[in-house]
Design a protein around this ligand. Structure first.
Ligand code: A3P
Length: 273
């Protein structure tokens, strides 16, 4: 046991569950699992293992219920939870503000075109009679027609729309946007930003990561619960289906104005094509 834990025990103090002071609110398929697994290496961070879905599906169960889903922490440890659907849940910003107006919000964002394909690849893995991506993208199923913005994988990529809702309840300074692309290319850089934002010492560094060329992603030398090097599971880093380049171009053109708006709102150019 750590000296800190021993100290607390000697004082008769027990670790207690706390409501989270930071949340990874999205976006689905952005790299949210990777971010959670990477930040929880930090000794001052304790994370709920699975998605709690409190601010969307379980809100009626109350804050006591929510706290019971959090891991126990010692004083000075930060509690974090990730549920990517919070970002797109209408009621979530108000509810999070009600819990704690100083909650820190992390959003992992990724090129909406790749994100949509990733979302689709996940759906295909759960349902084997999915129509081709190219058909689902368009209202009447053909490239010439208009893009179906009511289709989840497309709609979710209009980040600026969802972000406006959060900005009605939280100042921009309380949100940190993590680049899903950089989280793959250089996880240590993104983790440095995240630790600074959360007010943590820079403990998670390049020393924790190695690039696994079989997986094609950064993996961890060791982390909570693992003494051996390991990568994220098979559901993270799926292969994507081939998509007709004409369709890709239509999607890029579609997202461009929304992406630009998002860059303006966040003050960050994510460089999506
Ligand atoms: P793909 O499976 O499409 O490649 P989320 O956890 O939000 O569902 O995001 C899943 C995505 O995280 C994966 O999408 C993958 O690209 C990305 N990712 C980022 N870092 C990763 C890592 N170190 N290992 C595996 N996937 C990672």
């Amino acid at each position: 046991i750590s000296p800190k834990y021993r100290f607390f025990r000697e004082q008769g103090l027990r670790p207690e569950r706390q409501l989270p002071s930071a949340l990874i609110i999205g976006v689905k398929k952005g790299g949210t699992r990777a971010l959670l697994e990477f930040i929880r290496i930090h000794p001052d961070v304790r994370a709920a293992g699975s998605e709690v879905h409190f601010f969307d599906k379980n809100y009626m169960r109350g804050f006591q219920w929510y706290r019971n889903h959090m891991p126990a922490t010692l004083e000075g440890q930060l509690t974090i939870e990730k549920t990517p659907s919070y970002f797109i849940t209408k009621e979530a910003p108000r509810r999070v503000q009600l819990m704690n107006p100083s909650t820190k919000l992390l959003v992992v964002v990724r090129d909406p075109v790749t994100r949509a394909i990733s979302d689709y690849a996940q759906a295909v893995s759960k349902k084997d009679d999915m129509k081709p991506f190219e058909q689902l993208v368009f209202v009447n199923g053909s490239v010439g027609s208009i893009i179906d913005t009511s289709w989840g994988p497309i709609k979710l990529g209009i980040y600026s729309r969802y972000l406006s809702r959060w900005l009605k309840f939280f100042p921009l300074s309380q949100l940190l946007f993590v680049s899903g692309e950089r989280l793959v290319i250089d996880p240590a850089i993104e983790l440095k930003r995240v630790q600074d934002f959360l007010g943590l010492k820079r403990v998670v560094t390049e020393k924790h990561f190695y690039f696994n060329s079989t997986k094609g992603f950064p993996c961890l030398f060791k982390s909570e619960g693992h003494s051996a090097p390991h990568c994220l599971g098979k559901t993270k880093g799926r292969s994507h289906p081939y998509v007709n380049p004409v369709v890709l171009q239509r999607l890029r053109d579609f997202y461009r104005p929304f992406n630009n708006h998002f860059y303006q709102m966040t003050g960050i150019n994510f460089g999506w094509a």
